[in-house]
Design a protein around this ligand. Sequence first.
Ligand code: ADP
Length: 455
Amino acid sequence: MIENKNRIKKVLIANRGEIAVRIIRACREMGISTVAICSEADKDALHAQLADETVCIGPAPAKDSYLKMDRIISATCATGADAIHPGFGFLSENSKFADLCRKCNITFIGPSPEVIDKMGNKAEARKTMMDAGVPVVPGTKEPVYTAEDGKKLADNMGYPVIIKASAGGGGKGMRIVEREEDFNKHFETASQEAKNAFGDDTMYIEKYIPRARHIEFQILADNYGNVIHLGERDCSIQRRHQKMIEEAPSFAISEVLRKEMGEVAVRAAKAAKYTNAGTIEFILDQEDNYYFIEMNTRIQVEHGVTELITGIDLIKEQLKVASGEPISITQEKVKIRGHAIECRINAENPMNNFLPSPGLITSLHFPGGNGVRIDSALYSGYKIPAVYDSLIVKLMVHDANRDLAIQKMRGVLGELVIEGIDTNIDFQYQIINHEDYKKGNIDTGFIERLLNKKE
Ligand code: ADP
C-alpha cells in the first residue's frame, strides 16, 4: 500500500464541550493523536482531560481564548499538530482563520476559505444558488443597507416578510414583519442586532413562509469532485429560530420529493465548489415547495441523527477528506435505516424565559440501551461555566420507525437525571408527548404556539 503523505497524524481541536469530545473520540478510533485547547474556565472540562495533550490558551471569555486565532495557531505549531478541527460555532465558519491555517501549512478540516466566505455571506450565497438554478425564497437580489430601500422592496414583495442579516447565524439579526407600518422599526432592531453580533449590518429580505418546515440535507464532498448527500434532517422544532429537536428522515417529504431535493442539494454543493462535510438548508412550505435558505460550511450540532440512520461516521469522513482521501461511499450505497431523533438538552429554565442555568452538577444519570446515543461532556461534580453555550447533552435515539423512536425518546427523557442545575428535560418531554408532534403535525411555529397557549 502506498503511504498517504498527507495523512493527518495529530489534530488540534479548536473547540470545547461535547463536540470537542466527539472529535477526540473519532481521532482516537483512527489512531490520530489529539491536542485540546482550553480556557482558564475549562481546565477541568472533559475535553481537556480526554485529549492526549492540552494547552490552556487564555481567560474564560471566548474572545480571549477560543476565538484567539494567533494563540490557537501557536498551540498547533508548539505541539506539532498538522491539522485543526474547528467543530461548530467559534472559528468554524471564519474564512480568515481557515486562510491563516493554510498560510501556516496547517490542514483546516473543512472547506476552503474562499467557499466559507462565499457561503457565509448569505446574500451572496442566494445569488450563487439562483445562478445554479436552485430555488431560493423569493426576495431581494442585492444586499439592502437602509430601511428606506428595504421598505420599498418589501412593499413590492407583499407582507409578511423576514428581514435577515447577510452575516447572520444562530437566528440573530432576523425579524418577521407582518405589516407595512412595522417595517422600519423591525429593520432598525434587526440591523442593530446584526451590527452588534457580527460587526456587519448588511441585510436582505425574504418573503416569510408561514407554517414552514426546516429540511436540511447533509452533504459530503471530497477533493476529487465526488459529492453525495446522506439524506435529510427535519429541524422544524425550533424556538426563536434555534433548533431544539431534530429528526431523520423527515416525516414531511415523500420518496419522490426526497430524491429531487437530494439532487438539488448536491447541485447546490457543486455550484459552491464545496469540499468536506456541509449542510444545505431548505424551507418547505405547506404546498411542498422548497427553497434554499443557507449553506452551513461545518459539521452541524445535529449530525448524529444522520449517522444513526446511515451508519456513516461524519467526523471520520471529514478527517479522511481533509487527508486527501476520497469519500468512502458512493451515492447508490447510502442506505437510510429506521428513524432517529435528537433532543437538545440545555442548561436553562423554561419556566423563567429559558434563562441559562450554569452551575455544579451534583448528580448525573445517563440512560442507555439499544439504539440510545448520548453525546455530552458532562460528569458528576463538573461545574458548567456561565460564559459558554447552554447545550449540555445531545440525547439521541434510533429505532425501526418514527413511532418507535418517539416511544424510545419518551423513555430516555424520563430516565435522564441531571441535578444541581435547571434543564429543559421536562419541556422536551412535553413536546415529544404532544399529539401534534406524534402525528408529525409540526412546523417552525410549533413551540411558540405551545408557549403562547400556556400564558
Ligand atoms: P440562521 O443562519 O440565523 O440560523 P437561517 O436563515 O438558517 O438563519 O434561518 C433560521 C430559521 O428561521 C429557519 O430554520 C426558519 O425556521 C426560519 N426562517 C428563515 N427564513 C425563513 C423564511 N423565509 N420564511 C419562514 N421562516 C424562515
